[in-house]
Ligand binder design. Structure first.
Ligand SMILES: Nc1ncnc2c1ncn2[C@@H]1O[C@H](COP(=O)(O)OP(=O)(O)O)[C@@H](O)[C@H]1O
Ligand SMILES: [Mg+2]
Length: 616
């Protein structure tokens, strides 16, 4: 997908976007620039001392003492140059890291705000590489590339003027070499800019591949697909390598031109210079000074290739950064939000339409006029065949997506009239595929916990764990302080689901949205959870997708989702008696849990062992 982003921005318009971030460090950047410039000017001054020195030493009657003075002056100038180089680094390094950190933090904040629809479209690796390596590029460019670019240009310009002042004939020879360099420079900028964009995008896709395979390592192993994943990865890595080689080659060609042409000019200049000197048109001092200046200028000219490359990579990084930063958050707060102190929990769907952003024009809406009213405190089960849009409907309640037509109201207030923050304190969710963070059980469960009058956080935690039948947490090595999630202890699917459910319960919402959150529990545990839920959360409106007839039977009422509409609402018994489609759906729902708390890990380990034996 990465190839589809083409950036129309010019180098300057891209760099201009950095200016607001640079403002706070502008004084220091300026001092850095001045230091760098001073270092260059000092370097250019040294040949002038040679000129005076040689001319006066060769002059009949030249004083020997002036040689010593000149030597000391050259030494002092050399020290001065070194000092300015150190100063430049001192001035810019820390401020540049400050800018990098600031931009990275606002990037992360922006990612948090962007809607789920945005994250559906973007690979995690693309975001990861933008947050890490692109910002790193930018920082290095700010601290070094940008300043050196300015200084190089100025040094070369001043150097060439000085060279002209010493001998216009020799100056012309050098300027002649500059013309092809400029032409090559423009060509280089275009091609290198494109390749650098491609390589940074490919690096992002590669990061996505690593992320996915690490995440899915069990599946890959269990199905013995590690080899295929590796092959696919190797192919992607090889593509990146090819791009990198292309990049390096085009830089090499440019560097060759930039190095070779000045050398040629220097060689032919030497011949012409000696001729001029023998004819007396040029003093020996000027001749030496001219070539000493040419040597000083050669450095910056040769650096132009890498500097240009660095600048183009930074431009790409800036463009990639702002592609994300420019993405608008589509789930926004209203201008005049409604605030409710106490929510009863009347949840009403009225002619709700929804389609995912990238669906085909012709396709019908995923949700095509859903009408459903949940009374405060009621538990409603949502039933329908797989893929009919149950999860989609549930995600509309906390506004992970917005309806594309119709409305959903809570106590008569359109969900979009609350601030997003307030809405999400009224609504809590638990999904089937649970995400736990690398944190303790306690922090995971209390993630969205509200203040409970008269209860300490520990009591809230204990109660939530008890209701979710997640008492096992107390028996973990460090109890509820055990680290879980990716960096911590691995829990089974059912254990994870119960922690996630406890998290939703601890939030004490007015509306609880549960997307098949008990699918990995055995029937008995599920029934216990349901019973406790109903007694503790008797005032909470609950919308639950259930996969098991026994769960459905425990709900107050059942709604049947079919072809994007609610086609029947009633008690389990009523629907069972009078609705053919309902009977069909229920028959297709299994009494067995989808992924029972089995010893899946052991099985996977065994598979590993088997694979090892086969290989051996
Ligand atoms: N993020 C998404 N982007 C585009 N299409 C999606 C997305 N999530 C789900 N879908 C599609 O919407 C349909 C309904 O999915 P879902 O609501 O998960 O069904 P259910 O939960 O009833 O099994 C499916 O066809 C699925 O492919
Ligand atoms: Mg679903």
């Amino acid at each position: 997908m990465a190839d589809t982003y083409s950036s129309q921005s010019t180098l300057f318009s891209s760099i201009a976007r950095l200016v607001p971030h640079l403002r706070p460090i502008l004084p220091r950047l300026f001092l850095g620039l001045v230091s760098a410039l001073a270092a260059s000017l000092v370097a250019l001054a040294i040949p002038q001392v040679y000129r005076v020195l040689i001319n006066s030493a060769l002059h009949p009657g030249g004083a020997a003492s002036s040689v010593w003075i000149a030597a000391v002056v050259v030494l002092v100038l050399g020290l001065l140059e070194a000092t300015f180089v150190v100063l430049r680094r001192q001035f810019v390094i820390v401020p540049a890291t400050t800018v990098e950190t600031g931009m990275r933090t606002s990037f992360y904040r922006h990612l948090q705000q962007l809607s789920v629809a945005f994250h559906d479209r973007w690979g995690s690796g693309q975001l990861l590489s933008r947050a890490m390596s692109d910002l790193n590029f930018m920082r290095r460019w700010m601290a070094f590339g940008a300043i050196m670019m300015v200084v190089t240009t100025l040094t070369v310009t001043i150097g060439v003027i000085l060279m002209f002042s010493m001998s216009w004939q020799l100056g012309l020879i050098f300027l002649g070499a500059a013309v092809p360099i400029v032409i090559f420079g423009f060509r280089f900028r275009r091609t290198y800019g494109q390749v650098s964009r491609k390589s940074q995008d490919q690096a992002g896709d590669l990061a996505t591949a690593v992320e996915e395979s690490v995440h899915g390592i069990r599946v890959l192993k269990a199905f013995g697909r590690g080899r295929e994943a590796l092959d696919a990865f190797a192919e992607q890595a090889a593509e990146l390598q090819e791009t990198e080689i292309h990049k390096a080659k085009s830089l090499a060609v440019f560097s060759l031109v930039v190095t070779l042409l000045p050398e040629l000019a220097l060689g032919s200049g030497l011949v012409v210079g000696i001729l001029l000197a023998t004819q007396g048109e040029l003093s020996v001092g000027s001749l030496v000074a001219f070539f000493a200046t040419a040597a000083v200028v050669a450095g910056p000219v040769e650096a132009m290739g890498p500097l240009m490359a660095m600048t183009l990579a930074a431009k790409t990084a800036i463009d990639r950064h702002y592609e994300v930063m420019d993405a608008q958050n589509t789930i926004t707060d209203p201008e005049e939000p409604v605030h409710l102190d106490k929510v009863r929990g009347d949840l009403v769907f009225k002619d709700v339409h929804f389609r995912y952003p990238d669906t085909e024009e012709r396709a019908a809406d995923m949700l095509d006029g859903v009408d459903l009213a949940l009374r405060a405190g009621e538990t409603m089960a949502l039933v329908g065949v797989t893929g009919c849009g149950k999860s989609t409907l549930l995600q509309l309640v906390p506004r992970l997506y917005d309806v594309t037509g119709g409305s959903i109201t809570l106590d008569g207030v359109d969900l979009r009239d609350f601030t997003v923050h307030e809405l999400r304190t009224h609504v809590a969710v638990a999904f089937e595929d649970t995400t736990l963070f690398s944190n303790s059980v306690r922090e995971n469960v209390l993630l969205g916990a509200a203040e409970h009058p008269g209860l300490t956080p520990d009591e809230v935690l204990d109660q939530a764990l008890e209701v979710a039948q997640a008492g096992f947490a107390h028996t973990l090595p460090d109890g509820v302080d055990t680290l879980i999630g990716e960096e911590g202890l691995s829990l089974s699917g059912g254990q994870r689901q119960r922690i996630a459910l406890a998290r939703a319960i601890a939030a004490r919402p007015a509306v609880l949205v549960l997307d098949d959150p008990l699918s990995a529990l055995d029937v008995n545990t599920e029934e216990r959870v349901e019973a406790r839920l109903r007694s503790v959360l008797s005032e909470t409106t609950t919308l639950i997708v259930a996969h098991r007839p026994s769960t459905v039977a425990m709900a107050d009422r059942v709604a049947l989702l079919q072809d994007g509409r609610i086609t029947a609402v009633g008690t389990h018994a009523e629907l069972l008696a009078g609705n053919h489609h309902y009977r069909y759906v229920l028959a297709s729902l299994s009494e067995e849990p989808k992924d029972l708390d089995t010893d899946l890990d052991d099985e996977l380990d065994e598979l590993d062992d088997d694979a090892r034996e086969v290989r051996a």
